[in-house]
Design a protein around this ligand. Sequence first.
Ligand SMILES: CC(C)(COP(=O)(O)OP(=O)(O)OC[C@H]1O[C@@H](n2cnc3c(N)ncnc32)[C@H](O)[C@@H]1OP(=O)(O)O)[C@@H](O)C(=O)NCCC(=O)NCCS
Length: 128
Amino acid sequence: MDVTEAQEDFVASTMYSLAEAKIFTENQPFAIYDEEQMVGFIMYSLDPDDNQYWVTRLLIDEKFQQKGYCSLAMKNILKLIKNEFNPKCVYTSFEPENKVAEKLYLKLGFLHTGRIIDDDELVLEYIY
Ligand SMILES: CC(C)(COP(=O)(O)OP(=O)(O)OC[C@H]1O[C@@H](n2cnc3c(N)ncnc32)[C@H](O)[C@@H]1OP(=O)(O)O)[C@@H](O)C(=O)NCCC(=O)NCCS
């Protein structure tokens, strides 16, 4: 699963994320499929520090972008987290330059929190 060169600063590689999930088992990684075709990668985590659910990784392979997969995958993971754990909210974060991700997440119902993590990432909250 590859993103464009310009997008590489916005997201860790899938290989890195899978290694992270293997070591830190609070991470739950998923491949995103359309029928038999793998189109992307998504991961959520129950953060042991704040005890909140976070969508920590989301990417759609460059060949399959702008076909609606990200929106669908995010909606599905929000449903999955709700059904399994029924939290009040879910968090995610993005690089401030990543205007595509920001617009997309806001359209899905995420709200700005004003919080910044990892030096510069803006935190969004989805309230069920
Ligand atoms: C951000 C990303 C996940 C979006 O995936 P996607 O499957 O292309 O998104 P969708 O097809 O669901 O598009 C949703 C909306 O974003 C818009 N969009 C997606 N890519 C876009 C682009 N490159 N330029 C402009 N608009 C774009 C779509 O037009 C659509 O808008 P609409 O709802 O108004 O019609 C994908 O670009 C990606 O993997 N980027 C690199 C990794 C990354 O940034 N991940 C997020 C980290 S926080």
